[in-house]
Write a protein that binds this ligand. Structure first.
Ligand SMILES: NS(=O)(=O)c1ccc(C(=O)NCc2c(F)c(F)c(F)c(F)c2F)cc1
Ligand SMILES: [Zn+2]
Length: 277
């Protein structure tokens, strides 16, 4: 069932309990804390990144992506986003360096987006949103045995965040947007082999980094965030295809477009954001 969702963020959620039970997909980020109290924790994500307040740390080396043997397995609609999953049974696709003490294994990537224009990213930069945000999710297979175990450890996960701005078509994103019709409904999945996400990265990997959390329930505070400064450019048409996905399953009569699946920025609570350059 729908334990949580992105409901109407306009704050007009009815106060009647029946409304929330009758329309589970209306659970919005502002009420997640009822089921997931860590939502009000000290290292929640996303955040608003203020570049001039980030501290440049010369000891922060470059982030290194070894995605050469990287091969995707499948694409799926989990009712919250579209996810491309990888074989993480060995170290064939890892991220290392930067703020990381170990190599972290790529498990999946997914997106967050809005309903139009320049809203849709989770992290914001000096109060400005991008149209979308790509998350490449990795886990520390040196210290932990499974993703699930890593997902509850303070240094268990490393998520590389990439901003998407609108402009020209992104040649490689078409491979993903052309497959979305196969995963329209929540719970659907399809083969999606041989996609290497290295083609979705900007030329410069300068980044901000800080200690944070999953941005969706269970909101575990287990993520070392690496947010790349430069956005990639995708077309409005390509973003529009993401919005043809549905939050709802094929069996549900209420069809709800998948859009605005982003959590708003959370309190920094004294955390230090470091800059790589
Ligand atoms: N938007 S983001 O911050 O990049 C993000 C990344 C991954 C997940 C995730 O894997 N959720 C499911 C999930 C868990 F949340 C677990 F805690 C766990 F143990 C799992 F195995 C699992 F699949 C959620 C949010
Ligand atoms: Zn995400």
């Amino acid at each position: 069932g729908n334990l949580w969702g992105y409901g109407k963020e306009d704050g007009k959620i009815s106060q009647h309990a029946c409304f929330l039970t009758a329309f589970p997909y209306m659970y919005s980020p502002s009420v997640w804390h009822k089921n997931y109290p860590v939502a009000q924790g000290d290292r929640q994500s996303p955040i608003d990144i203020v570049p001039h307040q980030a501290s440049h740390d010369p000891s922060l080396g470059p982030v290194v992506l070894n995605y050469d043997q990287c091969t995707s397995i499948k694409i799926a609609n989990n009712g919250h986003s579209v996810v491309v999953e990888f074989d993480d049974s060995d170290d064939r696709s890892v991220i290392r360096g930067g703020p990381l003490d170990n190599p972290y294994r790529l498990k999946q990537f997914h997106f967050h987006w809005g309903v139009k224009g320049c809203h849709g990213s989770e992290h914001t930069v000096a109060g400005n949103s991008y149209a979308s945000e790509l998350h490449l999710v990795h886990w520390n297979a040196v210290k932990y045995t499974t993703f699930g175990e890593a997902a509850t450890a303070p240094d268990g996960l490393a998520v590389l965040g990439i901003f998407l701005q609108t402009g020209d078509d992104h040649r490689w994103l078409n491979m993903i947007t052309d497959a979305l019709y196969t995963v329209k409904f929540k719970g659907s999945a399809a083969d999606f082999k041989g996609f290497n996400p290295k083609c979705l990265l900007p030329s410069s990997l300068h980044y901000w980094t800080y200690l944070g959390s999953l941005t969706t329930p269970p909101l575990h505070e287990s993520v070392i965030w690496i947010v790349v400064k430069d956005p990639i450019t995708v077309s409005e048409k390509q973003l529009g295809k993401l919005r043809t996905l549905l939050f709802t399953g094929e069996e549900e009569d209420q069809r709800t477009r998948m859009e605005n699946n982003f959590r708003p920025p959370q309190l920094l609570k004294g955390r230090n954001v470091r800059s790589s350059n």
